[in-house]
Design a protein around this ligand. Sequence first.
Ligand SMILES: [Fe+2]
Ligand SMILES: [Fe+2]
Length: 404
Amino acid sequence: MDKRPMKILFVDDSPEILTSLERMMKKSPWKVAFAEGGMAALDMLEESHFDVVVTDLNMPEVSGIKLLKIIEKEFPHLIRIIYSGNLSKESVREVAAYTHRFIAKPCSMEKMILTIENTSFIYNTLDNDAIRKVLTNTGSLPSLPRIYTELMANIENPEFSLKDAAHLIGSDVGMTVNILKQINLLGHAKDITSIDQAVSLLGLDSINAITLSTHIFNSAVISNIANFSSEQLTLHSMLTARFAQEITLIETDNRKLAESAYVAGVLHDLGIILLASNFPTKYEAVLERVFNAARPIADVEHNLIGISHSEIGAYLLALWGFPKEILSAVAFHENPMNQPAESFSLLTAVYAGSYLAHQFEKDHPNNVESLENSKYLEQIGSNCRIKFWESRCEEIHKSISKKA
Ligand SMILES: [Fe+2]
Ligand SMILES: [Fe+2]
C-alpha cells in the first residue's frame, strides 16, 4: 500500500495569498508547492508528480477554469479543488464539471486542512497505485452534478432553508423525475410526487445522496453486459439503504445516524457503475465468475481489474467530501474484516443491509460467508442480533410494493 505523503500544488496569481497559504500549511503533514499563476502551475505539473491541486479562479493568462480543463485532460488522477473568493451561482455552474471540491476565500487554516484531510482518506486507506492505474485507463472520474454543487455552495448560509434546497433540486425537471422514480421504486404509504415531500420524508442528506447516484447512473454509458442490469442495481441500492437505516435504528435509536446509514446504502455500490461502464468486457467476465463460479465479487474484481467496486466507489465519494464513516462503510462493505472495529457502525449496517437485500431479492449470489458465520459480526458482538435484523428486513421487504 502506498503510504507516501500527499503532494499538493497551490495556484494563485497573488504572491501575498501564496505566502499566506505557505504559512498556513507549515505544520501540515503533506508536501506542498506553490505556483504563481496557471502557466507556472502547468510547468510544475509537467516536471513532477502531484496528487492534489488547489487553485484560484480569477487569474490572468491561464484562468482557473482553463487550468482545470487542461488538468482534467492531461492529469486525470489529480484531485481538483477550487479556492476562490468569487463563487457566484454562475461561476459554480460553469466550473462544476471540472472540479471535485470548493473552498471559499477567505478560509481558516482549520477549514483548509479539514477539506484536504478528508480527501486524504484515499491516501491512508486505499491502494493508490491500483486506483491510479485504473484511472489512467478510465480517463477522468465523473464530476459533481450541478445541483449538488450549488447545494454544497449554499449549505453554510444560515438563510438557506430546507425549502430552498427542495426548490433548487426541483428546478431541474429531468433530475426531479429521476429522483422521484428512484424513491418510489420501494413503494411508500403513498406515492411521493414532489421534492418537498421527499425531503420531509427522507431528509436532505438522503435526497442529496439520491441526486448523486441518479447523476452517476444517468451519465454512465453501459453496454450490454450479461448478468448486469442498471435497474436491478438501483433497486438493490435503495433496498440496502432502507435496510441499513432500519438496522441502525434498531441498534442505536439514533435518527441522524440512521439517515447516514441510508445515505451510505444508496451510494455503497456506485463503484459497480464506474467499473461496468469503463471496463465492460472485463466486468462481464467478473459477473460470469460471480454467477457461475460462486466467487466473491470483490475478489474477482481485484483479480481481473485490479480494484474492487467498493474501493473505487469510496474513492469517488472521498473526492466529493463525504465524511469518513460513510467512506469506510462504502470501502469495506464487501470485506468488513479489513477495517479494524470493535462495535456497531455504519459499516455494520451497510454490510448486513446489502447482504440481506441480495438474499431477499435473489438477484445476485452472496458468495461470501453468511451473516450467521460472519467473523466480523462475531468480533463486534453483533452476531446475536442477526435473526432480529433479518426478520425486520423481511417484513419491510414484504410490505414494499415494488413498482417498475
Ligand atoms: Fe457491493
Ligand atoms: Fe450491495
